[in-house]
Design a protein around this ligand. Structure first.
Ligand code: NAP
Length: 317
């Protein structure tokens, strides 16, 4: 399978007729989102990952619509756009209005669930996807995710009922989760009014946090794992094993890590705002890591100790 991977390769999604491209562009903390998305689409990317909390659904949708306008041979259905529901309504007056403002807002007070403004209810989740669609200027999302498990089991259940309705109404072609553990998915699926398995679980995933428990579980259920922060935000690319493999294959450390993710059977959404890196991160087809390379990288796993972000799926009830 991995030898046959091409930039056009897609993975089938459960509970959906949509397929997710193995490679997409992430746009969290993008300083020039519209330009980067356009650049990626011009270089052959066909998938983009945004979210309400990135404050760039508008730029993402604008770039997609511009690209489609400029390239009539490419159809909307050729491009895969994912967005995510944040746990609180960011359109409220007391919420930050940009990602920068959010980061400088201190320890979550503005974002707090204790404020009681959660979007993790059936109606608020439906309202949330409608807001995302309006902001982005898109008619539908290919994938819409609940961004995190934090609001709790019953809140996740209620928000999921909202996404199920959105799916049936055609507002999303597939719905999924992010940062969820197997227990979160099992608890969701135990409800009699839940009839849709999450199509995707988007989680932090890279050689130093290989998420084996979640990966095994998702493989068994045919849920696609999407790797976020696959490049560890650049933090671990100096690893001597990765550097040696890069030399062996005449590739960069980033390409080795991304290729390894693909060969693990998952999809990836590396972020870059630099045209040359957007190209570099897509140049991961037509060659492959051998079984020995894969084994060496497998040994780098540090489990959740290797987590570089804030979301450990097992840390939430
Ligand atoms: P990432 O993709 O691992 O790394 C991005 C960082 O690496 C940027 O600073 C980028 O800088 C740099 N970079 C990109 N290509 C490079 C290369 N070839 N060589 C060296 N450095 C390179 O991290 P991420 O942005 O955290 O994750 C990717 C996407 O996943 C996000 O954009 C977002 O869409 C999604 N995400 C989701 C969640 C979630 O909770 N669901 C959490 C985090 C991220 P330049 O831009 O300057 O190139």
């Amino acid at each position: 399978m991995s030898a046959n991977l091409t930039p056009e390769s897609r993975l089938p999604l459960p509970s959906s007729s949509a397929k997710i491209p193995v490679l997409g562009l992430g746009v969290c903390v993008s300083s020039r989102c519209e330009q980067s998305v356009l650049s990626a689409l011009e270089k052959g990317y066909r998938s983009v990952d945004t979210a309400q909390i990135y404050y760039n659904e508008r730029e993402t949708g604008t770039a997609v619509n511009k690209f489609l306008h400029q390239n009539p041979s490419v159809k909307r259905e050729d491009i895969f756009v994912c967005s995510k529901l944040w746990e609180t309504d960011l359109s409220r007056d007391d919420m930050p209005t940009s990602f920068d403002e959010l980061c400088n807002a201190g320890p979550w007070p503005l974002n707090s669930l204790e404020a009681g403004h959660t979007t993790y209810s059936k109606q608020a989740a439906l309202d949330g996807i409608n807001k995302s669609l309006k902001t982005s200027g898109l008619d539908y999302f290919d994938l819409y995710l609940l961004h995190n498990p934090r609001p709790g089991a019953e809140a996740r259940h209620q928000a999921w009922l909202g996404l199920q309705e959105a799916l049936k109404a055609g507002k999303a072609k597939a719905i999924g989760a992010s940062n969820w553990s197997p227990a979160h998915i099992d608890a969701l699926m135990a409800h009699s009014d839940v009839d849709t398995l999450p199509a995707v679980n988007q989680i932090e995933f890279h050689p130093w946090n290989q998420q084996r428990v979640i990966l095994d579980y998702c493989r068994e259920k045919s849920i696609v794992v999407t790797a976020y922060s696959p490049l560890t935000q650049g933090k671990r690319l100096n690893d001597p094993v990765i550097k040696r493999l890069a030399e062996k294959h005449g590739k960069t450390a980033a390409q080795i890590v991304l290729r390894w993710c693909l060969q693990m059977g998952i999809s990836i959404i590396p972020k870059s705002d630099r045209d040359e890196r957007i190209s570099e991160n897509a140049d991961i087809f037509g060659w492959e890591l051998d079984a020995g390379d894969m084994e060496e990288i497998e040994k780098l796993d540090e489990g959740q100790k290797g987590n570089i972000g804030e979301w450990d799926p097992f840390a939430y009830e």
